[in-house]
Design a protein around this ligand. Structure first.
Ligand code: CU
Length: 137
C-alpha cells in the first residue's frame, strides 16, 4: 500500500481543497515546514476539537476527513480564527480503531492540535454516525 508521510499527504489535501485559499488562517500552512524529525505524540495538545465529517481516504495510519466548519478553531497565537469545511489528513494512533468505519461514512471525531512536532493533527477518538446523517460540508 502506498504510504505518504503525513506532511506530504496533508499538503496535497490542502492544495486540492476548495478552501485552500484560506489555509493561511488554518493549520494547513504549518505542515509545509520541512526538516522535522519524527517524534512521539507526548506533548500536551494545544487545543482539542470535536467535529463531524466524512471519511475521505485512509492511507496507512493517516485518515483524511472532510470536516464541517470549526467555528472555534484557534491559530497558534490562541486567536479564534475558525476553519471552513475542508478535507484534512489526521494522524491516527493505533489505539483509535477504524473497525466498521469506511470511506464515505459520516463520523464524529475529536482531534488534538499541536503547533509543534511531527503529528500536529491527531485523531483522539472516532465514531460512526447513523446512516443518512446530514452533514454541512
Ligand atoms: Cu481543516
Amino acid at each position: 500500500m502506498l504510504r505518504l508521510p503525513l506532511a506530504s499527504a496533508f499538503s496535497i489535501v490542502c492544495i486540492l481543497t476548495a478552501a485552500g485559499a484560506l489555509t493561511a488562517l488554518s493549520g494547513c500552512e504549518e505542515t509545509s515546514r520541512a526538516g522535522s524529525t519524527p517524534t512521539a505524540v507526548t506533548a500536551p495538545a494545544d487545543a482539542t476539537y470535536t467535529v463531524r465529517g466524512r471519511i475521505a481516504d485512509v492511507i496507512g495510519d493517516d485518515v483524511s476527513i472532510q470536516h464541517e466548519e470549526i467555528a472555534d478553531f484557534k491559530n497558534r497565537d490562541g486567536e479564534t480564527v475558525g476553519m471552513m469545511t475542508m478535507t484534512m489528513a489526521f494522524h491516527r494512533p493505533e489505539g483509535v480503531s477504524m473497525d466498521g468505519i469506511s470511506v464515505g461514512d459520516a463520523v464524529e471525531f475529536t482531534f488534538e492540535m499541536r503547533w509543534e512536532g511531527d503529528h500536529r493533527l491527531t485523531v483522539a477518538s472516532l465514531s460512526k454516525l447513523p446512516e443518512g446523517t446530514e452533514l454541512e460540508l
